[in-house]
Design a protein around this ligand. Structure first.
Ligand code: ADP
Ligand code: ASP
Ligand code: MG
Length: 450
């Protein structure tokens, strides 16, 4: 069994959906296909949910109409027969009427509203498969994908429920389901957070012991740096779970931060592929020793640094425990931490409970809060602690003020905290310094080939 996930751009218009269908029908192997919402839909649905909450009736109806118009265009371009066009249009009409019926509600229905994106894309693709005489079965993620009270996936329930559904039709070769959406332990509609369809694919892959999990997107795999901010990045052929997990956690948007955990735990390879260039190799993420030296760079924005400067000698026995307890009590994970004899600096990306954290920390010392920061993650294999690694990193950043550094915590990551306004410069300087030899080599090969 293979699990193939297609992201928002891959199902973003009729032409792209046809590419997806070509990919999922080229081999005969059994597949579960996980689809995101059409690109832009989740953002629009979130905006609709906000205007509903604010009781802005006119804006709500306008936003709903704008989105519905986009689906009408998609349907007209995708389907060939009037019979299927009508089926698709009436499904879409029903869903948008449901959204209209929510105007005026006092309930917070954001999760229900945002779930309609994946429900729409999967229904349309499955209708298109029917019109094209391709056998497939649409299954609802809401019938098997479940999270617990702490929002962690309920692995045993997912496995049990999904297996029962698949067993009802064991001869089926092609299953279609929604990414991102799930139920919580109270049976309400919930989700796996933004970009969560990757996580769905990995959870399904683990539940069915898939032979491979494929993440199909709009780029040919994991690049050595963020292509949105750095030119001439290159695709990595093979990386380890540990390196890829660090990159995903620290901002490589191509993967949801948690999405590699189920795959890694079950030793299932994850292949990143480009829907628009299916013959490109892509990147295989597997259980292997990390690449020697530097592999890739990523950046995560929205970081806040908190510094606690002790009134007394800080590193007294039990002091760190007390500080960590403050974050635990406030359900806030810490990303980076550095300590000195008199101060601790740490970073968080979730500031929902920041005021509580600060008031609980105040008795310990003077608190300083710094926001609009980014963590730059340099991933690679640093387990040997070879000489020269830190020199190269420091050299690259000689003109950029670095607020914090974390090296040695993980064998696969060096983290650096910079102002977000310095992020692009930092990514580019690191790129030039750390991958210099690689670029020189490919330049030489190009010249030789000419
Ligand atoms: P999808 O909608 O298919 O889930 P995403 O937009 O979530 O796609 O992820 C793909 C995007 O991730 C790429 O278009 C690229 O701009 C961005 N990206 C950021 N960092 C990297 C990286 N290191 N390698 C590849 N893509 C990256
Ligand atoms: N549609 C959701 C989002 O835009 C989930 C996903 O695309 O993975 O975040
Ligand atoms: Mg994504």
């Amino acid at each position: 069994m293979l699990v193939l996930k297609f992201g928002g751009t891959s199902v973003g218009n009729a032409e792209n959906i046809k590419k997806v269908v070509e990919i999922i029908t080229t081999s005969a192997s059994q597949k579960i296909v996980v689809l995101s919402a059409v690109s832009g839909t989740t953002n629009s649905l979130l905006a609709i949910s906000k205007t509903i909450q604010k009781k802005q009736l006119k804006q709500t109806l306008e936003l709903i109409q704008l989105l519905e118009n986009e689906y009408q265009i998609l349907i007209n371009e995708l389907f060939v027969t009037n019979q299927y066009k009508d089926k698709a249009l009436s499904f879409v009409f029903e869903k948008f009427n449901f959204l209209r019926s929510l105007t005026g509600t006092d309930l917070n229905l954001e999760n229900t509203i945002v779930a309609q994106g994946e429900i729409l894309s999967t229904h349309l693709v499955s209708l298109y498969l029917k019109e094209s005489n391709i056998s497939s079965t649409l299954i609802s993620a809401l019938d098997f994908m479940e999270v617990k009270k702490n929002n962690e996936p309920n692995i045993s329930k997912i496995k049990e429920q999904l297996t029962a559904i698949l067993n009802q039709k064991s001869t089926e070769n092609l299953w279609i389901t929604q990414g991102f959406i799930c139920k919580n332990d109270a049976g309400e509609i919930s989700n796996l957070q933004r970009g969560g369809s990757d996580y769905t694919a990995s959870l399904i892959g683990a539940a069915v012991y898939a032979d491979e999990i494929q993440i199909w997107t709009d780029i040919d795999g994991m690049h050595n740096n963020d292509p949105r901010f750095v030119e001439n990045t290159f695709s990595l052929e093979e990386i380890s779970f540990d390196e890829a997990a660090e990159l995903a956690y620290f901002g490589a948007k191509i993967l949801h931060p948690q999405s590699l955990i189920p795959a890694k735990e079950n030793n299932i390879n994850v292949l990143l592929k480009n829907t628009f260039s299916p013959l490109s190799k892509g990147t295989i993420i597997k259980n292997k020793t990390a690449n020697n030296g530097f592999t890739a760079i990523a950046a995560k924005d929205g970081i806040t640094a908190i510094k606690i400067k002790s009134y007394r000698m800080l590193m007294a026995y039990g002091f760190l425990k007390k500080v960590f307890e403050v974050f635990e009590n406030n359900k806030t994970p810490i990303d980076m931490i550095t300590t000195s004899e008199v101060a601790i600096s740490l970073t968080v990306d979730d500031i929902s409970y920041l005021s509580g954290i600060i008031s609980e920390l105040e008795p310990f010392g003077k608190i300083n809060v710094d926001s609009d920061l980014s963590i730059i993650c340099v991933a690679g294999d640093f387990s040997q602690k070879k000489e020269g690694i830190s020199t190269l990193v420091f050299n690259a950043l000689k003109n950029i003020p670095v607020r914090m550094i974390s090296y040695g915590g993980s064998d696969y990551n060096i983290s650096l905290l910079v102002k977000t306004t310095d992020k692009i410069a930092a990514l580019n300087s690191l790129n030039n310094e750390l991958f210099k030899e690689k670029y020189l080599l490919s330049e030489a090969i190009e010249t030789f080939e000419c």
